[in-house]
Write a protein that binds this ligand. Sequence first.
Ligand SMILES: NC(=O)c1ccc[n+]([C@@H]2O[C@H](COP(=O)([O-])OP(=O)(O)OC[C@H]3O[C@@H](n4cnc5c(N)ncnc54)[C@H](OP(=O)(O)O)[C@@H]3O)[C@@H](O)[C@H]2O)c1
Length: 243
Amino acid sequence: MSERTIALVTGANKGIGYEIAAGLGALGWRVGVGARDDQRRKAAVERLRAAGVDAFGVPLDVTDDASATAAAQLIEDQAGRLDVLVNNAAITGGMPQEPTRIDPATIRTVVETNVIGVIRVTNAMMPLLRRSPSPRIVNMSSSVGSLTRQSGTAGELTTGPVAAAYAPSKTFLNAVTLQYARELSGTNILINAACPGYVATDLNGFRGVRTPEQGAAIAIKLATLPDDGPTGQFFEDGGVVPW
Ligand SMILES: NC(=O)c1ccc[n+]([C@@H]2O[C@H](COP(=O)([O-])OP(=O)(O)OC[C@H]3O[C@@H](n4cnc5c(N)ncnc54)[C@H](OP(=O)(O)O)[C@@H]3O)[C@@H](O)[C@H]2O)c1
């Protein structure tokens, strides 16, 4: 079994996920680059390796049970355990998403990726995470899933556009993160949700104002928490995000 810290980042072929992989790799960790497309995954692994990262490709479509099972088997074969899982892959489902007009199929697709995909991958990796001395799980959420911010209560600013699939999928993900934290309390597994801020990526047509590297920072911080670090919480660079 490897002495080095082993991480898996889902949706790591581009955007924030790529920069999370690069940042964890810069710590000297072995990083599994989870990506569903063969060409995009190979290109990302090559780019990371050229930058000195000990990266390996992990074919992974988070909507596919067999793919998640095969990814766990690959990591078992490559490393024998998993120390850190960053559930980063997500989709918006396309905009606009007015609740009065949205096709229910869009909501199903978004929840399948952004919520059920996280549960599917986390549970496939759980036996490998349980072998780690300090397992960490980071779920990439968004402040658009904060009901407090969306409703403008508690003096918080409204956040994000009206989005009947994407925003509630992140609220759902936050709720699921808490359920895991409750079940896993008393174990050494810490699980938290992260918001990267408004980052220029494909997800928003590159309209974001932060760089993917800046967006990756909060995930890297939560991936490297000490054993007495928080669990079941929701963070951005500035601190705790209200539910
Ligand atoms: N950008 C922002 O401003 C922002 C703000 C708040 C939260 N976030 C969150 O940050 C995370 C990363 O977003 P991003 O902005 O970096 O988006 P992005 O550039 O669109 O990257 C999304 C990644 O997820 C992958 N993905 C999508 N569906 C997948 C599936 N079924 N299986 C495996 N991989 C899949 C994509 O792969 P393909 O290349 O194959 O499509 C891509 O690698 C997401 O969770 C997002 O919700 C982003």
